[in-house]
Design a protein around this ligand. Structure first.
Ligand code: ADP
Ligand code: MG
Length: 406
């Protein structure tokens, strides 16, 4: 048998997973159980758009990771587009932008502009020119766009405040306004609002649609539905489903994590020629699944923020305390920067980093409570262990720090 035969054999080997695509993060299932109220609320606020009527112009969707925020928004998008096609109303657009992936206001505007007109070149324009073009296209078409800015917290400290200001004001200096921008912002919580100026905030004075973490029985039912769509019947044991739901409940009711575990457990079962997924496959999957979100978040952080985070996690681990003060964090960061041969940033800059890390949900801050002295801010890490975070950070810092060293 040569290697080609081995490849053939692996290729022909039966799998208990019939359709892996339906387990990917991009996949939008037909039915989203436990989110009916949120979907109905969206329809209540914006439902008449497809008839050319405007009710509410803004909304904010909040909820932890994997609580279905992106899915409900896209489902609503499908619904209004379908409705408007049926009604023969062709002035409606739905544009969904992920701010973490787009990274800058410029890229966000470019992506919007190119969704509206794919011929727009990707170079040669400034951000404000792009915004002008967007408004011009919408005006010419007499269009309403439902613009979803997903994971908005990622750009708040990178020009997102100005972007939101501009997007809420596109009709200000116009006599006859022939366009509408309906904004739906998605974030883990409403923390980002405090960085907006008063007028943007008031024009965003938006209703909040919250997606709470999924409960264990809800995750079980989401898993069962999905298994029905993409696994061979009866190939996932009840115990395995329960274990996945249990793990994902402890991880903050995260449906994404549950589905990720399901896929990997399925692959372990396949690789062992087992026709059934058992709890042992889930345990293996758990041990091997990336703490993916943490990794993804870290990937987008610049070196000094990583150093600060490293300083914080190391200090938390060393002191075994639940909290450290910002002073301790700063000190620990300076040591870390020196260790990696970099010039530490100044105090005010560090303070900004702390706020940004908090907005991204990696650290939590809290003012000193009653009975504690002064006006100190305390920092904690709740979602991962400080040790795990350090383990993630060290190799990353080692790899990237020399590119910064002079
Ligand atoms: N109610 C639900 N029913 C079925 N699948 C769901 C449901 N909520 C979330 N999911 C699935 O879980 C994953 C994460 O959902 P997503 O909408 O991306 O969450 P968020 O945007 O809040 O992080 C997606 O793969 C999605 O298909
Ligand atoms: Mg999302």
């Amino acid at each position: 048998m040569d290697s080609l035969d081995i490849l053939d054999e692996a290729f022909c080997k039966p799998s208990i997973i019939i359709d892996e695509n339906k387990l990917s993060i991009e996949y939008l299932p037909n039915y989203l159980p436990f989110r009916e109220n949120q979907l109905k609320t969206l329809v209540r606020y914006f439902g008449k758009i497809f008839q050319g009527q405007l009710g509410t112009k803004r909304a904010i969707i909040t909820g932890p990771i994997g609580s279905g925020k992106t899915s409900i928004s896209k489902k609503f998008g499908q619904w209004i587009i379908q409705k408007s096609e049926k009604a023969g109303f062709n002035h409606l657009r739905y544009i969904h932008i992920n701010c973490r992936r787009s990274k800058t206001p410029f890229m966000i505007l470019l992506n919007i502009a190119r969704e509206l007109n794919s011929k727009i070149a990707s170079r040669g324009y400034a951000a404000d020119e792009l915004l002008e073009m967007i408004v011009e296209i919408l005006e010419t078409e007499h269009s309403t766009v439902v613009l979803v800015l997903d994971e908005i917290e990622y750009i708040i400290h990178k020009g997102g405040v100005e972007l939101l200001y501009a997007l809420t004001r596109t009709s200000d200096d116009k006599q006859n306004v022939n366009h509408n921008i309906v904004l739906i912002l998605i974030a883990r919580n409403t923390g980002f609002l405090k960085y907006l100026d008063a007028s943007t905030n008031s024009s965003l004075g938006a209703p909040i649609i919250h997606c709470p973490p999924y409960k264990k029985n809800e995750l079980e039912s989401i898993l069962n539905n999905r298994i029905g769509e993409c696994f061979i019947p009866n190939s996932v044991s009840e115990e395995a489903i329960e274990l996945i739901a249990d793990i994902a409940t402890k991880r903050g009711g995260d449906a994404r994590h549950a589905l990720e575990l399901l896929l990997i457990a399925g692959k372990y079962a396949d690789s062992e020629d087992s026709t059934i997924v058992y709890p042992e496959h889930v345990r293996k999957a758990k041990a091997n699944v990336d703490p993916s979100l943490l990794r993804e978040t870290l990937k987008d952080l610049a070196i000094h923020k990583l150093l600060l985070l490293y300083g914080i996690s190391r200090r938390l681990r060393q002191t075994k305390a639940a909290y450290i003060t910002t002073g301790e964090a700063e000190h620990s960061y300076i040591l870390a920067a020196e260790e990696f041969g970099l010039q530490p940033r100044k105090h005010t800059q560090i303070w900004e980093y702390i706020q940004e890390l908090e907005l991204l949900g990696i650290i939590h801050t809290q003012k000193s409570g009653v009975g504690q002295r002064g006006n100190t801010t305390y920092i904690s890490i709740q979602d991962t262990s400080a040790y795990e975070l350090e383990q993630e950070l060290v190799p990353r810092l080692q790899t990237i720090s020399h590119t910064y060293r002079k």
